[in-house]
Design a protein around this ligand. Structure first.
Ligand SMILES: Cc1ncc(COP(=O)(O)O)c(C=O)c1O
Length: 492
């Protein structure tokens, strides 16, 4: 049976979606309003389930609505910026020089007395701390001798096996021998870059990008070429294609699943296209997959799932799901495995033995998957509530990303607001955030901030977001009024 077409030939689901677009644009449906469920839409429109679902999917892909797990579908509060404003990616490869600024801001942001809107990871309240404690106790009590020995450079075999097993849910089969255990994803990225590039080489990265990436590039004396990103779908592959045609690029480094700070997630077709583009130039991909497991509605495949030639070096860790302080990560480096392993050995021999063993124990039980389900639901809820709060109290003209996973919201403020000033004033008011200047070369994104929602929503979080909104609104107002005051004739 064919699709029902109206007189103009437009499919019914499209007409239905357009009617809702008009209602949203006219303000009949407002941000945060709930849409009818699929069943209600079917009854209301006398249409099939497939048509109702297609209409909702269309509205979602246009950025007008969002699904919140277990809660329903809602009108989005603020439309996603396409390419964040203020991005003027450097057309050429540039040296990275702002690690000292990054260290200064991160030290301030780490102050435990602040409400931590600046920390992009889970707060302990979202972590299975009792399960972790039990696993650690078992490791140190029962195997004290083994737990104080050096581990092998490639890591504790049962942990490597557990990581290889988890790769099945990332879309590919791996052998335990393909895995090297690292000190977090940071070390994995550092090892990957040092295996595929030499000082002075250029690496193409997303912009905005997370400061771990800048720190590794600067330490290895590598240059960066910034590639613009879409807030929903990640790296702009047409822009990357132009760069690859015109410049020498040693590697591409991307965070395809829930990037930090944008929260973008590259669609599967784009992941395949990225790989085939790089294959054509024989360029390795350093895939930072540290947020892959924290998609609100599940786990998207890694780019490595489509890798047939071993050109992808997948880096990840348990920092965003279990214990950031245990510093346990991993790398599956494909054809660069041997080089990575040699560098790991000479850098620090091996990752600490105890945490590797404790995490291996936890991964062997059902506790980890149970925990991931709870974590994803809590993050989706906090992200939605933070979005709604920002929409109600930030200055007009503010734009906001709409992540479908990860820990961070990217907020683009009106041009009058300087993110670094806002960051300083927020610190004085007891709230941490990260200014956009840290996320790019040449001053980064001076009108953007990153806010994190890595804890269960609470009154304290709401009030911290409102504090930031009040300061930003005051800054925007006084900047707008200043020229007017200057223009007033003197009364003297
Ligand atoms: C995109 C990205 N990559 C890597 C890391 C580093 O992760 P780890 O703590 O496992 O070293 C982070 C941490 O915030 C991150 O956001």
């Amino acid at each position: 049976m064919g699709r029902r077409l109206p007189s103009g030939g437009t499919p019914l689901y499209e007409r239905l979606a357009q009617r809702y677009v008009q209602a949203i644009e006219a303000g009949t449906l407002r941000p945060g309003d709930k849409l009818p469920s699929v069943r209600m839409l079917c009854a209301q429109e006398a249409c099939s389930t497939a048509t109702a679902m297609q209409a909702l999917a269309r509205l979602e892909s246009l950025g007008f609505i969002e699904a919140r797990p277990r809660l329903g579908t809602f009108v989005r509060s603020v439309r996603t910026p396409a390419v964040p404003e203020g991005t003027r990616p450097a057309a050429r490869a540039c040296a990275v020089t702002h690690s000292a600024l990054i260290a200064q801001v991160l030290t301030a942001v780490g102050d435990e007395r602040l409400v931590p809107l600046g920390v992009s990871g889970p707060r302990p309240s979202l972590l299975p701390t009792e399960d972790l404690a039990r696993a650690a106790t078992a490791v140190y009590r029962r195997g004290a001798g083994a737990a104080v020995r050096y581990e092998s450079p490639s890591g504790f075999m049962p942990l490597r096996r557990a990581v290889a097993r988890r790769a099945l849910s990332w879309g590919f089969a791996a052998r335990p021998e393909d895995v090297v255990v690292t000190n977090g994803a940071s070390e994995a990225i550092y090892l990957a870059l040092s295996a595929v590039a030499r000082p002075g080489d250029a690496v193409a990265i997303e912009t905005p990008a997370h400061y771990t990436i800048f720190q590794a590039l600067e330490a290895l004396e590598l240059k960066a070429i910034e590639v613009p990103c879409h807030a929903d779908t990640g790296m702009d592959l047409d822009a990357l294609g132009r760069i690859l045609q015109s410049q020498s690029v040693a590697a591409v480094l991307a965070v395809p699943n829930f990037s930090n700070p944008l929260g973008s997630c590259m669609p599967e077709a784009a992941k395949r296209r990225l790989l085939s583009m790089l294959g054509g130039h024989d360029i390795p991909l350093v895939e930072d997959d540290v947020y892959g497991d924290v998609g609100f509605s599940g786990r998207p495949p890694a780019v490595k799932a489509f890798d047939r030639t071993g050109q992808v070096l997948l880096c990840g860790s348990f920092s965003k799901t279990l214990a950031p302080g245990w510093r346990v990560g991993y790398i599956l480096a494909g054809r660069y495995h041997e080089r990575v392993l040699l560098r790991k050995f000479s850098l620090n021999v091996a990752t600490a033995t105890g945490p590797q063993r404790a995490i291996a124990r936890l991964l062997d039980s059902t506790a980890y998957d149970r925990h991931l389900r709870r974590l994803r639901t809590a993050l989706a809820d906090s992200a939605a509530r933070m979005t709604a709060t920002i929409s109600s109290c930030f200055p007009s003209g503010t734009r906001l990303s709409h992540p479908t996973g990860g820990y961070t919201l990217w907020v683009e403020l009106p041009g009058e607001v300087d993110a670094f000033e806002l960051y300083s004033e927020a610190l004085n008011a007891g709230v941490s955030l990260v200014p956009g200047q840290l996320f790019g070369l040449h001053g980064g994104f001076p009108h953007c901030i990153r806010l994190s929602y890595g804890q269960a929503w609470s009154e304290s979080l709401r009030s911290a977001v409102q504090t930031v909104g009040r300061i930003a609104s005051r800054m925007a107002r006084s900047a707008r009024e200043a020229p007017a005051r200057l223009a007033e004739p003197s009364r003297a």
